[in-house]
Write a protein that binds this ligand. Sequence first.
Ligand SMILES: NC(=O)c1ccc[n+]([C@@H]2O[C@H](COP(=O)([O-])OP(=O)(O)OC[C@H]3O[C@@H](n4cnc5c(N)ncnc54)[C@H](OP(=O)(O)O)[C@@H]3O)[C@@H](O)[C@H]2O)c1
Length: 410
Amino acid sequence: MSTKLKIGLFGFGCVGSGLYEVLNQSNLLNASIEKIVVKDPTKKRNLPASNFSYDPNSILDDPSINLVVELIDDADAAYEIVTTAIRKGKNVVSANKKLIAEHLAELLVLKDEFGVSFLYEAAVCASIPVIRNLEEYYNNDSLAGIEGICNGTTNYILTRLNNELKSLPAGKQAFDLVLEDAQKAGFAESDPTLDIDGFDSKYKLQILILHTFGLKTIPEDVLNLGIRHIKTDDILFAQEKGLKLRLVSFARKINDKVVAFVAPLFVKSDSFAYDINNEFNGVSIEALFSDKQVFTGKGAGSFPTASAVLSDISALQYGYKYEYKKLVNASSLAQDFELKVFVSADNVAALGKIKLLEVEEQFTSHNYAYKVGRINVSQLTHGLYRNNPDLFIAFYSESEISINNDLLAN
Ligand SMILES: NC(=O)c1ccc[n+]([C@@H]2O[C@H](COP(=O)([O-])OP(=O)(O)OC[C@H]3O[C@@H](n4cnc5c(N)ncnc54)[C@H](OP(=O)(O)O)[C@@H]3O)[C@@H](O)[C@H]2O)c1
C-alpha cells in the first residue's frame, strides 16, 4: 500500500517549477504539493500568488505535511530547513549537493535518530539514476572505482575550447570568452567559482564515494583542481597527443584505500569521458564482476533534474530509504598518492617552482612552458600550487597511481 504524500515544497526556481509541471504531468496520483515556500515576495510567478508563502514555518509546523522537498539555491538556509524538517519527523528530498557534502555525517545520524527517509538522487548528475543504482543494483558486486563528468558547465567550456581552438583568441583569453558565453546561455552562474574550480564536482564526488565505498568525507578531505587557468596551448598539447581534457570526479580503491580527487584529466579516445560533450554528464562505474558500466544523460536543467526528484518522491510512496550497507566495511581515504601530472604556465618562471619526482617531458618557450612527470599529490594541496593563477594542472587518467605509504603512516 502506498502512503499519500503531502508535499511542502521549498523553492520555485528552475527545479522547483519543473517539479510542479512534472508532477502534474506524471501519473503519481498519491502525491500532491500542498504548500510552496519561496523567498522574494516581489517576484512575478506563473501561478497565482495564493499558492506561495514566504514563511518556512508554514510548511515546517504543518503536521499534515509528511514530505519536505527542498529545492532552494542557498545551502545554509537549506541546512536549517532540512534539519528542522527531519527533527519534526518529515521525510526529506533534496537536490542540494553542497548542503549534503558539507553535513554528510550529521545528516545521516539525524535521519536515523528521527526515523525518516532522506533522499537526494537529483544532487548528483540530475537525471542520471546513479545513487539508487549504487545503493540497490551494486549492493553485492564489489566496486573498484567510479569516475564521473558531473559538472555540465565545465564540460561545456572544455568541449568548446577543444572544438573551436583555431577560432578562439590565444592563451587564457579563450577560457574567459567561452565562460562569458556559458553565462549568457545560462549554463554558468554569475559567480562561476563552484563550477570552474571543481567544488561542485567535488560535492557530487563525496556523495558518490559514500554510496560506492561507504566512506563519509568532508570537503577538505578531497583535492579539487579546476580549469580556471587553462590556456589554448594546453588544449593544443592534448590534441597533438590524441587526447581530450575533461574535468573528472575520480575515486578508485587501491590496496584497500580509496584514492579520490577532482581534476582536469587527459582522456584517451577509448575512455567514456572522451565522448561526453557539451553540458552532458556521464558516470562510469567499475565493479569486480560486471566490469565497467557507463551512464550518460542530462546533468542539469529544469525537467531532467525534476525527473530525479520525482523518482525520489515516487520511491517514498513505498517507504524507500537508503540503507548505506557499505558503511559497515568502509575503507579509508588515501592521504597521499603519486601519479602522472602535467603542469603548464605562461609565466615561465612560475613553472620552476614545481618539483616533480621524475620529469618525462618538458618544453619551454618565451611565453609558454610545461612539464610532465610524477608528483606526490599532497604537494598540490598547498596554496602555492592550488590558487596560483600562473599554473594549469592536469592528471593522466591512465597513469599508474601509487599510494605513498610513508606519508600514510604520518
Ligand atoms: N538547476 C539545475 O539544473 C540543478 C541541477 C541539479 C541540482 N540542482 C540543485 O537544485 C537546487 C535548486 O536549484 P535551482 O536551479 O532551481 O535554483 P534557482 O532557479 O535559483 O531557484 C532557487 C529557488 O529557491 C528559492 N529560495 C532561495 N532561498 C530561499 C529561502 N531561504 N527560503 C525559501 N526559498 C528560497 C528562490 O526563491 P525566489 O523564487 O523567491 O527567489 C527560488 O525559487 C540547488 O540546490 C541546486 O544545486 C539544480
